[in-house]
Design a protein around this ligand. Structure first.
Ligand SMILES: [Zn+2]
Length: 118
């Protein structure tokens, strides 16, 4: 399974904030701009987090093999945003996740946050 390499050198140029910290925009590769790692609907509490994480990592590793490595998740808090789960899945899958940071958000706001416009 691909591990995530957190960027530890000084960042020069455009930077994107991800769930694991800032990365250089140069390493984004192909980006999917409106993907939800998780949305909590009634009954979600019966799906253990470890199972969600395992399934997500498996699928993201498959997508990474097809050249997709960066995702923007605009999920608002009240729809089940789970930053700890995102960080765990990002680390284990080797994918980068830029997420909404406000209580309510939209894909456009997440993209603006990602690009430093907000
Ligand atoms: Zn959405």
């Amino acid at each position: 399974m691909a591990g995530h390499k957190t960027q530890t050198t000084e960042l020069i140029g455009p930077v994107v904030m991800t769930v694991l910290g800032p990365i250089s925009a140069d390493r984004l590769g192909r980006v999917l701009v409106h993907e939800h790692l998780r949305i909590a609907l009634p009954g979600e509490e019966f799906d253990p987090r470890s199972r969600q994480s395992r399934r997500s990592v498996e699928r993201l590793c498959e997508l990474k093999e097809h050249g997709l490595g960066t995702f923007v998740d605009p999920c608002p808090m009240d729809l089940g945003r789970d930053v700890e789960l995102m960080a765990e899945v990002s680390e284990r899958s080797g994918t980068d996740w830029a997420i909404a940071k406000d209580r309510r958000s939209s894909a456009a706001a997440a993209m603006n946050q990602m690009s430093g416009l907000e």
